[in-house]
Ligand binder design. Structure first.
Ligand code: ATR
Length: 273
């Protein structure tokens, strides 16, 4: 039997945690497989993708800056990837056809469901802060369930979400982000505020119901100032590491034939790197 091969492409790629988590699963399940970190310069992306059809790999994860460019290079783009406007997973199919999908919305929802199983986070309006790449997957996932209030420093970017995702998405001025929390059942930070080396997220939480779930997609540090303040007032919280772990599951399952589990041991292994 030949070794099953997959990997992650990006430029730069040294920081990617994907090899750690796929490597953990391969060892844990005793699968004869490999998952490589593959640096692909933007100019060589078309050649790499063409090669992928015949080079024996099962597929790849795609990270910055290639998530949008690969959409034009694969044969099929799954509906959710189309809606999000980015591909993060490519599966090589029989005959060398390439299918691109986006597993970020899945990873986001799975993380919330497993991190806060008793919280009905879509029972009321859901507030999303930020309107960058990560927000697209988050809003795509949430708009299916109900009303999303999106607030971003640059209002033109929030407006893009209203146009793309329709009536369920309402744009809120960044200055009114604290008032937007009134009656909310979920608050998600998708901005880079709170990340190591960035300023903390500046938002008063007084209007947020204490039952509302608070989630930060930032996972370095794991416990952001936002999560700390939310916990101190009694809100349930879910940290951002689980989104990274759960979004990897569909790719692993397609390439290596097993739906892997997200466990405390996996979290620890990824945090230790
Ligand atoms: P990602 O793809 O991870 O979402 P991004 O596309 O660079 O990253 O988006 C970063 C987000 O953080 C954006 O919503 C950005 O707001 P703008 O669209 O107005 O730039 C937000 N952000 C970054 N620094 C910020 C700051 N100092 N105040 C408010 N929002 C900030």
């Amino acid at each position: 039997m030949t070794t099953l091969r997959a990997g992650v492409i990006g430029w730069p790629i040294a920081h990617s945690k994907s090899p750690v988590l796929h490597g953990y699963w391969l060892r844990h399940y005793g699968i004869d497989g490999s998952y490589e970190r593959i640096p692909v310069e933007p100019g060589t992306l078309p050649a790499f993708i063409a090669d992928l059809r015949t080079n024996g790999m099962r597929g790849v994860n795609v990270t910055l800056p290639h998530k949008v460019a690969v959409m034009d290079l694969v044969d099929d783009v799954a509906p959710e990837a189309q809606a999000i406007g980015a591909v993060n997973t490519i599966v090589v199919q029989p005959g060398g056809r390439l299918r691109g999908s986006n597993t970020d919305a899945f990873g986001f929802l799975e993380n919330l469901k497993s991190g806060a199983p008793d919280t009905n986070f879509f029972s009321g309006p859901m507030v999303v802060l930020g309107a960058g790449g990560a927000a697209r997957a988050v809003v795509h996932a949430l708009a299916e369930f109900g009303t999303v209030r999106i607030a971003n420093r640059d209002p033109a970017k929030s407006q893009w979400f209203v146009e793309r995702f329709g009536r369920n998405v309402k744009a809120v001025p960044w200055e009114q982000r604290a008032e937007a929390l009134r009656g909310a059942s979920l608050l998600v930070n998708t901005t880079s505020l709170g990340m190591s080396g960035h300023p903390p997220l500046d938002i008063a939480l007084d209007a947020l119901p204490v039952r509302a779930l608070v989630h930060d997609i930032v996972y370095a540090p794991l416990e952001t100032d936002l999560l700390r303040r939310a916990m101190a007032r009694g809100n349930p919280v879910v940290d951002g590491l689980g989104m990274l772990l759960h979004q990897a599951r569909p790719g692993f399952s397609a390439w290596f034939g097993r739906d892997p589990e997200v466990t405390p041991e996996l979290r620890a292994a990824v945090l230790a790197t």
